[in-house]
Design a protein around this ligand. Structure first.
Ligand code: NAP
Length: 273
């Protein structure tokens, strides 16, 4: 038996909101050619990918501006937009509001779907950070709130600290080659109904060279990248956000949905990697 029950859904719940997003989305960190990426992201929406991840940090605002163009072309209601603000923004209510408004401005939208604290700040308490994060939802700048790079204890504190709005996502590193979250964090998030957005799910290319993934992929006529991502989305509550700007990569990523690895192959990856 695999470590987790297999999730066959290609559209997965965002926390306990009742809303669903595609099991794979796209990241926007370190895009080299925004023109190429624009075409690929529009294509992604046509292929059923409906969420994009960005941050004020990426390209010092350029990634958000890039997404503005994509949103304009496909239509705001067709995509779920997540952005992340620097941790220090959450030291005060005013700073959080100012930074969020600047992000929305770059994205060309009145509100985003989700704003995350990029990583926990060491200067102020988790409780205060969450209080200032909640302000962004109260002011209508984002529909939902969440966190990123929060460990188990930090997440527990964050969940406790909320007053009116729930933490719906914790975006953390998770790949076939880095399965640390499976020990405690993922089981806790499954229990609490918090979505795990898996970043660097391709280990920036390292997974392509893993012999076991190549071998398993042959059985399904899938690439190692597709096997690596399918493994992640087979977990309950997990959605993956690979970054891809080449159109052929985006097409490949969209084809991660619509099928699942067998329980035996999931176990094989669990035991060998
Ligand atoms: N919260 C955080 O602290 C945090 C940290 C890191 C990342 N993230 C988010 O997670 C996203 C993804 O992580 P990542 O950027 O570190 O890397 P990644 O997704 O592990 O790897 C991206 C690399 O894989 C390539 N690629 C994608 N699909 C492919 C395919 N089908 N075949 C071959 N190559 C393929 C891409 O190439 P091309 O681009 O040339 O297509 C790119 O070079 C980021 O963009 C960002 O949005 C969040």
């Amino acid at each position: 038996m695999p470590l987790f029950e297999i999730d066959y859904e290609d559209y997965k719940p965002v926390g306990r909101t009742g809303e669903k997003i595609s099991a794979v989305g796209l990241g926007t960190w370190a895009i080299r050619d925004y023109k190429v990426a624009h075409k690929s992201f529009v294509k992604a929406v046509e292929l059923g990918i409906n969420h994009f991840d960005t941050a004020e940090m990426y390209g010092a605002g350029e990634a958000e501006k890039f997404l503005a163009g994509v949103i304009k072309e496909v239509g705001r209601d067709r995509v779920f937009i997540t952005t992340k603000l620097y941790p220090y923004r959450f030291r005060s209510r005013d700073e959080a509001l100012r930074a969020a408004r600047a992000s929305l401005n770059r994205l060309g939208v009145d509100s985003v779907d989700l704003i995350l604290i990029h990583w926990p700040d060491s200067q102020v308490s988790i409780e205060e950070q969450i209080r200032n994060l909640e302000v962004l939802a109260e002011e209508g700048l984002t529909r939902y709130i969440g966190v990123s790079n929060f460990g188990l204890e930090e997440l527990k504190r964050a969940l406790q600290a909320t007053r009116k709005h729930e933490i719906v996502v914790n975006q953390v590193k998770y790949s076939v080659l880095d399965r640390r979250v499976e020990r405690d964090l993922l089981p806790f998030m499954i229990k609490e109904g918090v979505t795990l957005m898996a970043y660097s799910p391709l280990e920036r290319g390292q997974v392509f060279h893993v012999k076991l993934l190549q071998k398993i992929g042959k059985r399904y006529a899938k690439t190692p990248a597709q096997v690596a991502l399918n493994f992640l989305i087979s977990r309950p509550r997990v959605v993956a956000i690979p970054k891809a700007e080449k159109e052929e990569h985006v097409v490949e990523i969209a084809r991660v949905m619509g099928w699942r690895l067998s329980p035996e192959d999931i176990e094989l990856i669990e035991s060998r990697l």
